[in-house]
Design a protein. Structure first.
Length: 405
């Protein structure tokens, strides 16, 4: 029995760490909306880069939420990425406002993910001092940009990532949110992001404010052209180049409804299943599909199998840590915590999505995203290329550090 109890106990300890991480985020990462609105003699120019593909149902309201901003030097670049619905026409209508520029992409060059290419096209279409990478369905409240820019300018930041409030969308999605919100929010540790000796910097597709000169000091978005987790990789690339980074909680300032239906959430996670969790490996993907429910439910499994009072106490405390992490994550996101009661349903949904995405990617030999199929070998070649570039860069950094010392 010990051979089973010890691995479960190790998984339970992960929940203690996540609960502690959520508590730390609550202590050190402030809410953007709590910052005061101040006046400045000079406001640098900011361009919102909003990539959009088939977003006709949501794009107009989302873009107009940005245009309601009281920021004095704002522009919005709407990048229509080969949309087949009315997104392009809506972008042109929005561009009747002089602050909006509509960019239409009709062809995708080889070797690029559609979204990353759309971001690159948006960057090339503006010369603003700051770039706000923000998905087309994100809503931004008035005052948000003024607070963000003042914080970034006053603190000398090059990257400010703001995690949005994830809007509730039904019972099943609430259960799914109870699974991934703790894993998302635990990463938004402002102290860790600001640590110049650390390598981690959170970035998020909803709101990543980047100083243009800092982006120019990196390899650029072309280096991320086949990164499915482009937002995370953008943060890591900026931090590696020496950019100063920080994070804030966005409830009350930035919000997004990720998927309006439970099935949309399942399908939407498929690309991450094969491209991120499985890393294009069937065995790794299947291992994730096994380990995910074991980890998520480990306190309850251990509680059911506990052979003695000591084990039961440890399992109960681990279950409390798990629930506390989810409740704390909902609180940070300014959400009622009732989704915690549907946590097992959320685990089942995510496991099904991971398994479906893994098997689909393996069977089809790649993944289809934003209307384009990308073969697995293309991603593997790109990963090898990135590893090859990372070696000389690390060596150069090491040599530079030794010379400085």
């Amino acid at each position: 029995m010990l051979w089973l109890l010890l691995p479960l106990a190790a998984l339970c300890m992960g929940w203690w760490l996540i609960a502690a991480g959520i508590a730390r985020v609550a202590a050190v990462t402030g809410r953007l909306v709590d910052l005061p609105l101040v006046e400045r003699e000079h406001w640098p120019s900011v361009a919102v880069i909003a990539p959009a593909r088939d977003e006709a149902a949501v794009i107009e309201q989302a873009v107009r939420s940005r245009l309601r901003s009281d920021y004095p030097a704002l522009s919005v670049v709407v990048v229509d990425d080969r949309s087949s619905d009315g997104t392009g026409a809506l972008a042109d209508r929005l561009a009747e406002d002089s602050r909006v520029l509509a960019v239409h992409i009709t062809e995708l060059p080889p070797g690029w993910l559609g979204k990353v290419h759309a971001l690159q096209a948006g960057v090339e279409a503006t010369d603003s001092d700051w770039l706000l990478f923000s998905d087309a369905d994100v809503h931004v409240e008035p005052g948000t940009l003024r607070r963000a820019i003042h914080l970034a300018e006053d603190s000398g930041l090059d990257l400010l990532a703001v995690v949005p409030r994830i809007e509730p969308a039904g019972l099943l999605n609430a259960g799914l949110h109870s699974v991934f919100l703790p894993l998302l929010l635990v990463a938004f540790d402002a102290r860790r992001a600001e640590d110049p000796e650390g390598s981690f910097a959170p970035a998020v597709g909803a709101f990543s404010l980047v100083r243009r000169s800092a982006l120019a000091a990196t390899e650029g978005l072309e280096a991320l052209r086949l990164c499915i987790d482009d937002d995370l990789q953008l943060g890591l690339m900026l931090k590696a180049s020496g950019a100063r980074c920080s994070a804030r909680l966005g409830a009350g300032a930035v919000s997004v409804d990720l998927y309006p239906t439970a099935w949309g959430s399942v399908v939407g996670a498929e690309k991450n299943a094969w491209g991120v969790a499985a890393s294009f490996s069937l065995l790794r993907g299947l291992a994730v599909c096994v380990m995910l429910p074991l980890f998520q439910l480990s306190p309850w499994i251990l509680l059911a199998l506990a052979p003695s009072p000591g084990w039961r106490v440890f399992a109960a405390l681990s279950a409390l840590a798990s629930v506390s992490a989810s409740v704390g994550a909902f609180a940070l996101n300014r959400r009622p915590p009732w989704g915690v009661f549907l946590h097992p349903v959320g685990v089942a949904m995510l496991c099904f999505s991971m398994l479906r995405g893994t098997l689909k990617g393996w069977r089809e030999g790649g993944l289809t995203w934003r209307g384009t199929h990308y073969p697995t070998e293309l991603f593997r070649a790109f990963q090898a290329e990135r590893k090859g570039r990372a070696g000389p860069v690390k060596a150069a950094q090491s040599g530079s550090a030794s010379h400085t010392k």
